[in-house]
Design a protein around this ligand. Structure first.
Ligand SMILES: Cc1ncc(COP(=O)(O)O)c(C=O)c1O
Length: 397
């Protein structure tokens, strides 16, 4: 008998909203013109792109001319980092980022290092938050860019971006913010955040995969990465993904209307889930529990079990959760984010991430808590985590 599945991995990706799918399908079928063509079919495509640009600009409180459509979060992050570094003056260049960034930033920085550019990685505290004073201390006269994420994809911890932006601007350093996880789950207002560049990805907010945005504040030093046509005001060449961009516009508009009420609903569900786990499962603690977190994200450590077998056990029971960032699943290395907040490698391997979203209900949350309790009991009997013991008590950090 097939069981109904419950999806709790919304930080990895989200399903399409019905109206997004409808818009995507209609644009794929009907708006096939090239947005650069001057005939009517081209003009209709251009209209969809510019409409979406205005929607994104309203959503981010930015100028539509500062919105660049990309193929997603990874491209936006890379374009920001390499784009600013290439445009900045000086023979010695230095970039500042943090130890908890997504691989789209960390691996771009690793490449910078291979190219002879210095990179400093600012650590975070036990609740997964960067101290702006530490970031300030890392800045140097030759620093050309700082890149700090708004919300961490694994713990949900929100970073003090306005304070970090002030520190950067006092030193004349532009700030890029990876807001891929916070868009749609927290307030993302380019004016209030004070950053100079910001990345967004459609598939994290009920839009399609393979389309995103890089917001570039006017005046930010920037050199394009790709060479081709003069699309996107000469910042990102390539024939526009009109259906994807149109669908992204619909997704952000819906988010704009609904995110606050939804965030409150998810926060209650997430807190209910955590209190069930803390009271029913021995050895549970909430990673980054002491931080201001995304309302949908819960990263829990469960002593005495490995995260991977627990994810598989839950999958067999009909629940999709993650044992770390989806982008690095398959890797045996413990999460760099969890070790950065002070967990040992063994502790980091005993964690799962539960990220809630639109389809989740109280009943699903209670069923998930029950399934975790049962699966943990079973796994502790048959496959206890190497070197870890259940410590009584738990509690959130
Ligand atoms: C914080 C963060 N940045 C960037 C990305 C990459 O975005 P995309 O999947 O659109 O390339 C992700 C995706 O997991 C993410 O969570």
């Amino acid at each position: 008998m097939s069981r109904t599945r419950a999806y709790f991995d919304h930080n990895a990706t989200t399903p399409l909203r019905a109206e997004v799918l409808e818009g995507l399908r209609a644009a794929l079928e009907e708006t096939y013109g090239n947005a650069s063509s001057i005939h009517r079919d081209g003009q209709r495509a251009r209209q969809l792109v510019e409409e979406a640009r205005r929607k994104v600009a309203v959503f981010l409180n930015a100028d539509p001319r500062e919105i660049v459509f990309t193929s997603g979060g990874t491209e936006s992050d890379n374009t920001a980092i390499f784009g600013v570094v290439a445009a900045s003056e000086g023979s010695r260049k230095h970039v500042v980022t943090t130890t908890i960034e997504h691989p789209a930033v960390l691996n771009a920085c690793e490449r910078l290092e291979q190219l002879g550019i210095d990179v400093s990685y600012v650590p975070v505290d036990a609740s997964g938050v960067v101290n702006p004073a530490d970031l300030e201390a890392a800045l140097r006269p030759e620093t050309v860019l700082a890149s700090v994420m708004h919300a961490n994809n694994e713990t949900g911890a929100l970073q003090p971006i306005p304070e970090i932006a002030s520190v950067c601007h006092r030193a004349g350093v532009p700030l890029h913010v990876d807001a891929v996880q916070s868009c749609g789950k927290a307030r993302v207002d380019c004016g209030t955040l004070g950053a100079d560049m910001l990345s967004l990805s459609a598939h994290k907010l009920y839009g399609p995969k393979g389309v995103g945005v890089l917001w570039i504040r006017k005046g930010t030093p920037f050199a394009k990465l790709l060479y081709g046509g003069h699309h996107e005001r000469d910042r990102r060449p390539g024939t526009e993904n009109v259906p994807g961009i149109h669908a992204l516009g619909i997704a952000v508009s819906r988010c704009q209307v609904e995110w606050e009420a939804e965030a409150e609903r998810l926060r209650k569900l997430r807190d209910h889930l955590e209190s069930l786990l803390l009271s029913h499962v021995e050895g549970v603690s909430v990673n980054a529990g002491g931080s201001t977190r995304l309302p949908n994200t819960s990263n829990v450590r469960i002593d005495g079990v490995e995260g991977e077998p627990l994810v598989i056990a839950l999958d067999l029971r009909g629940f999709a959760v993650s044992s770390g960032a989806a982008c690095s699943s398959g890797s045996v290395e413990p999460s760099h984010v969890l070790t950065a907040i002070g967990l040992s490698r063994e502790q980091a391997r005993s964690c799962i991430r539960i990220s809630l979203g639109m389809s989740n209900t109280r009943e699903q949350v209670e069923a998930l808590a029950g399934a975790i309790e049962d699966s943990v009991g079973h796994l502790r009997r048959i496959a206890p985590a190497a070197g870890s013991r259940v410590s009584a008590g738990g509690g959130s950090q």
